[in-house]
Design a protein around this ligand. Structure first.
Ligand SMILES: [Ca+2]
Ligand SMILES: [Ca+2]
Ligand SMILES: [Zn+2]
Length: 450
């Protein structure tokens, strides 16, 4: 393209001067902001709440105990400077000040405090001030204000909530758990060998439960308390429990009204119903593993289940001579040296199907516990609204879109079989930090009417 004749001969130099000016101003701004601290320029302290990124955490309401305060210090500071961190909490209403020093725990370079009840925080605004002083008495300061609120009707989760995944549901009344019949669709059971169906069903259920527990009580807790176990937890069981707060979620059977849906557990805002049944027939609620056949075109599905699907040249579990023995003992307890190909295929099917099902169980049980409340904090936790369809009760980001990162509570329809199995590049699906904070009673939600 030729140069337009009308262009001013001065435009080049003018732009150069302007760019120079902008760079100069930017440099001045940086040097004003980042006076040398600990020998470095631009050093900053960052105050985080519950491991949630700043834009999402801005308006959250916090309980008077149990939430996590994290102070991230500049990297590469001498240890002596790091130990001089001062943390002050100031109640805006009363002016009461609390100095914190001893209770801070260092977690991978982040000074962390799980707010104890003994701190006696009151409802209202709380100012957090973090101060560091270096060898030359330069001060580095960071502030943050948070809102402390009370839960009306108690915290949503607590320590007594139980989720019972009932794999014995017999919706069709044939005297056998529907889940065992569901496995026939994957070639993992036959009508002639109900005893093998029972055994593999139990193995898959165990594997799935283990996956659920991993999702709720992860070692890499994004809220980073450093505790071996959080006092707030949900128990997940495969057997019925006589406790008062049991939510029963049935696993198995057909979802005739919505045959493409693997899970249909009702969203329960703020977990108001701690005792409920997700087993009804019309409309069907619960989990429907048989519908996982919607993923049959997935590569992983074909690879893992192909050996059992007669339509794919496989042999259904029970029809192969080695199956009874393979299922009689777990692979690792086998006395025979190398497991046979068949045994390996069975173990792999249990692992992959168990992980997929466990991922769906973790997602669906979180709906019963109140994730993801629609709206922004402190009414919601960036969940989609009811009229939005798929995003309803699922994660959206601050701009109202489905998050670009794959999180466990994103709309379920978007996940592939590989992602549900935890065998894609995104790894095992996890609760995002804000979801996790809710599941650990570290954020307060208020009624929109209040
Ligand atoms: Ca049945
Ligand atoms: Ca509930
Ligand atoms: Zn969902």
């Amino acid at each position: 393209m030729s140069r337009p004749d009308s262009q001013s001969p001065y435009s080049g130099p003018i732009i150069a001067v302007a760019v120079g000016l902008i760079i100069g101003l930017a440099l001045i701004a940086i040097s004003l902001r980042g006076q040398r601290f600990g020998g470095e320029r631009g050093a900053e302290i960052a105050i985080h709440i519950n491991g949630v990124e700043e834009r999402m955490a801005r308006d959250v309401l916090l309980p008077n105990e149990g939430w996590v305060l994290q102070v991230e210090l500049p990297p590469n500071l001498p240890a002596t400077t790091r130990t001089r961190l001062q943390l002050t909490l100031r109640a805006e209403r009363s002016g009461a000040m609390i100095e914190i020093a001893e209770q801070l725990v260092d977690l991978e370079g982040v000074a962390t405090l799980v707010i104890p009840e003994s701190l006696g925080l009151y409802t209202g605004l709380l100012s957090i001030r973090a101060t560091l002083t270096d060898e030359e008495d330069h001060e580095l300061v960071a502030y943050r204000r948070v809102r402390i609120r009370r839960w009306l009707g108690g915290p949503p989760i607590g320590s007594r909530q139980i989720i019972h995944f009932d794999f014995t549901i017999d919706r069709d009344g044939d005297g056998r758990p529907d889940f065992e019949r569901d496995l026939e669709r994957f070639g993992l059971a036959t009508d002639e060998h109900p005893e093998l169906a029972k055994r593999i069903a139990a193995r898959i259920a165990d594997r799935a439960l283990f996956r659920v527990e991993r999702a709720y009580d992860a070692e890499d807790d994004p809220n980073r308390t450093g505790r071996a176990r959080d006092p707030i937890f949900v128990r997940f069981l495969l057997e019925a429990d006589p406790g008062p707060f049991v939510t029963r979620i049935c696993v198995g059977g057909r979802n005739l009204a919505n045959p493409e849906s693997v899970g249909n557990v009702r969203f329960d805002l703020r977990n108001e119903r701690k005792t409920s049944q997700e087993c009804a027939g019309d409309p069907a609620t619960g989990l429907f593993p048989a519908e996982l056949t919607i993923y049959e075109r997935s590569e992983l599905y074909a690879e893992v289940l192909g050996p059992f699907l007669p339509a794919k040249g496989g042999i259904a579990l029970g029809d192969h001579a080695a199956d009874a023995e393979a299922l009689a003992t777990a692979a690792h307890t086998s006395a025979a040296g190398d497991p046979s190909d068949r045994r390996r295929a069975i173990e792999r099917a249990i692992e992959v199907l168990g992980d997929v099902l466990g991922t769906v169980m973790a997602h669906e049980s979180a709906h019963a516990l109140g994730l993801v409340p629609p709206g922004r904090p402190g009414v919601g936790l960036f969940g989609g609204a009811e009229e939005e369809g798929d995003p309803y009760a699922h994660n959206i980001d601050v701009s109202g879109e489905t998050p670009s990162r794959a999180w466990l509570m994103n709309p379920g329809r978007g996940f592939s079989f590989e992602v549900l199995a935890g065998r894609s590049e995104v790894g095992e699906l996890r609760f995002r930090p804000l979801n996790y904070a809710y599941l650990k009673d570290r954020v307060v939600l208020v009624d929109a009417k209040n």
